[in-house]
Design a protein around this ligand. Structure first.
Ligand SMILES: [Fe+2]
Ligand SMILES: [Fe+2]
Length: 180
């Protein structure tokens, strides 16, 4: 069980003290950073002047992975904590539905030829859905900030990162988007 004294390590050998994770902020900062990064990936794909989708495919592959991980992590470690709040549960259900639509649309790319004329249309619809979703989710994040103490918000971020398998930093933060 975690205590306030945790991490100070008084009277313990270094090997007995759990390493303090580096640069773990709150779940709110983590989600905001991921939203920014995913938006950059979308913009890189949508802004391309190329007539074919080939140049966008590399970025799309990263987008697909990042977005799916984000949606799953958010459901497991953010929505699950919010849905038990009477005032927020209805809103959280809407967010789940938006995720469901995004996942369905994402999955539809798997059976779509890259030269299919629907490819660009689909990515634009997914992009618009993501923009709408993030705006919606920002309101939820604002309310959640009032609900969860700092320690809890950091623990949620830690669990999210563990789920990502990154051990303290997200690939989603600060990495440049490839030029098309
Ligand atoms: Fe999100
Ligand atoms: Fe979301």
């Amino acid at each position: 069980m975690m205590t306030d004294a945790e991490g100070k390590g008084h009277g313990k050998l270094a090997s007995e003290v759990a390493p303090e994770p580096v640069s773990i902020g709150s779940i709110f900062d983590l989600l905001a950073n991921e939203h920014r990064h995913i938006m950059e990936l979308f913009n890189a794909i949508v802004d391309t002047d190329s007539k074919t989708v080939a140049p966008a495919l590399k970025v799309f592959s990263e987008l697909q992975e990042e977005l799916m991980t984000h949606l799953e992590g958010e459901e497991r470690f953010f929505f699950s904590a919010l849905e038990i709040d009477d005032d927020l549960s209805e809103k959280v259900l809407e967010e789940y539905e938006q995720h469901h639509i995004a996942k369905t649309l994402l999955a539809s790319f798997n059976s779509l030829a890259v030269d299919d004329h629907r490819w660009k249309a689909k990515i634009k619809v997914l992009w618009k859905l993501f923009q709408f979703h993030v705006t919606d989710e920002d309101l939820l994040i604002q309310k959640a900030r009032l609900l969860f103490p700092e320690g809890k918000a950091r623990e949620m971020a830690r669990q999210f990162l563990e789920f990502r398998g990154k051990g303290g930093s997200t690939k989603a933060v600060g990495e440049p988007v490839a030029d098309l």
